[in-house]
Ligand binder design. Structure first.
Ligand code: MG
Length: 257
C-alpha cells in the first residue's frame, strides 16, 4: 500500500482506525504521533551478532579446524596414539585394517563440515562393501559414508542415512572418485542425573548441499543388529570409521553450538 493510499484509508475509515481494526495495514516511519505505531518498537539493535569471516572454500573464522589437508594433530587412533591413516595430496585416507580414528577433543552440540571421497575403483565391491566409512557423532551415532552411486543396498544404510535408523530423503550422491560434502547440525541427547533420557539426539544433514536428514530424531546408539537404545553419556569425540575401503577425507571443521 502506497503512502497516498494509506492516507486515503485513514480518511475513509476513521472509526476503524480508532478501534485499532486496521492494525494489519503497513506502518511507516512517519505514521503519526501514536507511539504504539512506532516501527522502532519492534527493532532490536543489541546485542549484535558476532561477526564470522567466511572465506570461500575455507573454514569459518570461529570454527575448530580438524583437518586442513596436512595436520592430523586433532586426531588419534581408536586405541590411542598416532593416527594410522595416510595423509597425501591434501587428503586423509583410510588404511584398511588399521581401525578408526577419533578427535582428541570431545563435542556435544555442533555444526560439522566434512568432505569425503570413495575409491574410484569399484569393480568387485558391492553394497556395503563399496566405499564404506562413517562419521560417528559422539562416537556412537553413525552418519553413513558409502558409495551410493548406482550401488543398491538397504536404504537406511546408504550414503546420507543414519545407519539402520533413517534413510536419506533423497540420494544426492556423486560418482565414485569425486569429492562430496556433508554439512551437519547435531543436537546431542540430554540425560537426567539418574541416567534417564530427557531429549533424544537430533540431526540435520545436507549432502552436497541437498537436505537428506531434516531434524531427524535418533532412537539411540547405532546398532548393526537389533534395535537402537540410549545409554547415558556426556560430550564425546567425533569418530571416523575404517570399514576396509580406502575412503578419503578433507576440509573437516566444526563449530560448537
Ligand atoms: Mg559405515
Amino acid at each position: 500500500m502506497g503512502d497516498r493510499l494509506m492516507d486515503r484509508t485513514r480518511r475513509i475509515n476513521p472509526l476503524l482506525m480508532a478501534a485499532g481494526m486496521l492494525a494489519a495495514a503497513p506502518v511507516f516511519a512517519h505514521a503519526g504521533s501514536d507511539p504504539a505505531r512506532d516501527p522502532a518498537k519492534t527493532e532490536v539493535w543489541t546485542p549484535v551478532p558476532a561477526s564470522v569471516a567466511t572465506p570461500e572454500g575455507g573454514a569459518p573464522s570461529d570454527a575448530i579446524v580438524l583437518f586442513d589437508g596436512k595436520d592430523v594433530s586433532a586426531w588419534e587412533a581408536e586405541q590411542g596414539g598416532r593416527v594410522p591413516w595416510s595423509v597425501a595430496d591434501g587428503a586423509l585416507t583410510v588404511v584398511p585394517g588399521s581401525k578408526g580414528i577419533r578427535t582428541r577433543q570431545s563435542f556435544c552440540d555442533i555444526q560439522l563440515h566434512v568432505e569425503w571421497r570413495t575409491p574410484v575403483v569399484t569393480a568387485g565391491f558391492e553394497g556395503q562393501d563399496r566405499g564404506n566409512s562413517g562419521i560417528f557423532l559422539q562416537e556412537r551415532y553413525e552418519l553413513q559414508v558409502l558409495d551410493s552411486d548406482n550401488n543398491p543396498t538397504y536404504a537406511n544404510g546408504q550414503a546420507g542415512s543414519i545407519y539402520k535408523q533413517a534413510m536419506p530423503l533423497v540420494n544426492a550422491s556423486r560418482a565414485p572418485g569425486q569429492w562430496q560434502a556433508y554439512d551437519i547440525v547435531w543436537k546431542a541427547p540430554r540425560f537426567a542425573k539418574g541416567g534417564g533420557l530427557i531429549s533424544p539426539a537430533r540431526i540435520t544433514v545436507l549432502h552436497n548441499g541437498v537436505l537428506v536428514q531434516d531434524d531427524t530424531v535418533l532412537a539411540g546408539k547405532t546398532e548393526y543388529i537389533g534395535a537402537p537404545s540410549y545409554a547415558p553419556h556426556g560430550c564425546a569425540p567425533l569418530y571416523l570409521q575404517e570399514h576396509d575401503a580406502k575412503v578419503s577425507y578433507r576440509n573437516i571443521w566444526v563449530r560448537e553450538l
